[in-house]
Design a protein around this ligand. Structure first.
Ligand code: AKB
Length: 332
């Protein structure tokens, strides 16, 4: 059963009052556009507003509403929330793991001060707030194979530290003031149309571009570095299903979600079933290798499966086939 009824189309007179009005921050990153598309299919084009500090490409403007929003500017955010009657806030604005280490101050501002702004806004305006966390919220002293929902978390990146802070602040405000805070720990997300930018898991996106363009990929991780990964459509579906889950089913406020776990060597082997001539060289980059070595190899997502029915659709063979066919279609 769903808590929120679906948008029934423009003719339905009672449909709009049942619909969430969604604002997505950091909307032009890897995840925002696809999530907006999925939400718009269910709740209507005008009920989902993408925002970012960057200028959107024309095709994004054609898809639905877009506004400028700077997560460091509380007044700007508040104006958007009030003027648009926002009820769900999806906070995608963040600096990822590897790039965060090159500018810790900026990362701290975006990932921590920005988070404080959306927490205050969500609390003051009774919004449901979704903040993604990550495999990066774990560190070398966490159990790595698999990492459960509740265990030691001592990450060694500013990104990880800020995500643990987000998990704890959101849960604190939920328990103290009833904030409807929801948080999923995402694995590395693999997408064909949008790029991540600055993450440790980005090789698993880049390798598909390289496989079909130059036929050569230089991997910055060791061939045997295993990390949890997920197809972007599984990630969007998990997010929507979790946002729609009735509150009474949520025994936790922060859940791991898992799909696949692979090493560079294993994804290469799978891609070579389609492209036997793919050439891969390995040149581990100390910063990203060090980060990856401190992260879980596998996620235990049994609580998400039990509480709100999470189930991934893409295994490694399906993911590889889908990524290659999207890239081929784009190139055709
Ligand atoms: C990163 O690599 O930083 C992100 C993540 C796993 O959170 N993709």
């Amino acid at each position: 059963p769903r808590q929120i009824r679906c948008w029934k189309g423009p003719e339905s007179s009672d449909s709009l009052s049942d619909c969430p009005r969604v604002l997505i921050t950091g909307g032009l990153g890897q995840l925002g556009i696809g999530l907006a598309q999925m939400l718009r299919q269910q709740y209507g084009r005008e009920n989902v507003i993408l925002s970012d500090i960057k200028k959107p490409p024309a095709e994004v403007l054609d898809m639905g509403p877009f506004v400028y929003a700077d997560v460091l500017d509380y007044k700007n955010l508040r104006e958007l929330v009030v003027n648009n009657g926002i009820t769900w806030l999806v906070h995608y604005s963040a600096m990822l793991s590897a790039v965060g280490e090159t500018n810790v101050q900026l990362s701290r501002a975006i990932n921590i001060t920005g988070l404080h702004n959306v927490l205050d806004l969500a609390l003051d305006n009774s919004m449901r707030l979704f903040v993604p966390s990550t495999i990066g919220a774990f560190g070398p002293s966490s159990p790595r194979d698999p990492a459960p929902d509740l265990c030691i978390q001592r990450p060694r990146t500013i990104y990880g530290v800020s995500k643990v802070h987000a998990e704890l602040m959101g849960e604190y405000l939920h328990h103290k003031y009833g904030l409807d805070f929801r948080c999923l720990r995402y694995p590395g997300v693999i997408s064909a149309y949008t790029h991540p930018g600055g993450g440790t898991t980005d090789y698993a996106v880049q390798i598909f571009h390289d496989a079909l363009s130059t036929g050569h990929h230089e991997c910055y991780l060791h061939p045997k570095t295993r990390l949890p990964m997920m197809h972007i459509s599984d990630c969007h579906r998990a997010t929507v299903e979790f946002m729609q889950a009735p509150e009474c089913q949520l025994y936790l406020r922060t859940y791991n979600i898992a799909a696949i776990s692979f090493t560079p060597e294993e994804v290469v082997e799978e891609i070579r079933k389609h492209l036997p001539h793919l050439r891969v060289t390995y040149k581990p980059d100390p910063i990203r290798q060090n980060i990856a070595d401190s992260w879980p190899m596998r996620f235990d997502d049994s609580n998400a499966r039990r509480d709100w029915g999470w189930e991934p659709a893409f295994g490694l063979p399906e993911l590889v086939t889908d990524m290659l066919s999207h890239h081929r279609n784009r190139r055709a």
